[in-house]
Design a protein around this ligand. Structure first.
Ligand code: AR6
Length: 175
């Protein structure tokens, strides 16, 4: 069964149980995919995020989907690139893993991720794609409740990097 796929497009167009937002620690509406999600979800999303207040880097929180088709939005805070020696890889992996944990807890069986931290936060796209795919594969191997994960990429380059990382996975059962 293919549980992980790559999609090229806008994450706000996807029909899944939950989409993941590449958020900031203040959970404020920002630019990039975060801006797109807040615009599509409507102003009530910012109100709900403000009530939650804060999310540390490497963690995630969950809100309603508001005007979006997915019933939930998972706000994951990836690291800001500081050269690679500040735990960025581990923090990015944690943000993916925590997002899936929340999705499973809330009964979301299909989840779409953007390429967290590879835009404004500046992580190298190839390294980030490998971390994303390997982390998700690792979680799915012991998390049967999540049936489908989509890596929603906004450029052909990003999609190719995620597909290459998927192709390199050793365990075909989680692919
Ligand atoms: N659908 C899917 N992917 C998208 C979309 C979209 N509509 N728009 C952009 N991307 P970024 P970060 C891709 O900068 O690096 C925000 O202000 C984009 O091409 O959105 O984690 C937050 O509030 C890139 O590959 O997130 C934070 O302050 C990926 O999404 C900060 O930016 C992530 O780029 C987070 O920075």
């Amino acid at each position: 069964m293919t549980r992980m796929t790559v999609h090229l497009g806008d994450i706000t167009d996807l029909m899944v149980d939950a989409i993941v937002n590449a958020a900031n620690e203040s959970l404020a509406p920002g630019g990039g995919v975060c801006g797109a999600i807040h615009r599509a979800a409507g102003a009530d999303l910012a109100v709900e995020c403000a009530a939650l207040g804060h999310c540390p880097t490497g963690e995630a929180v969950i809100t309603e989907g508001h005007n979006l088709a997915p019933t939930r939005i998972i706000h994951a805070v990836g690291p800001v690139w500081q050269g690679g020696g500040s735990g960025e890889a581990a923090l990015l992996a944690l943000a993916y893993a925590r997002s899936l944990q929340l999705a499973a807890q809330k009964g979301c069986r299909s989840v779409a991720f953007p390429a967290i931290s590879t835009g404004i936060y500046g992580l190298p796209a190839e390294q980030a794609a490998r971390i994303a795919v390997n982390t998700v594969a690792g979680v799915l191997a012991s998390e049967p409740r999540i049936r489908q994960v989509i890596f929603c990429c906004f450029s052909e380059e990003s999609a190719a990097l995620h597909q290459a990382a998927l192709d390199q996975l050793e365990d075909p059962d989680v692919q």
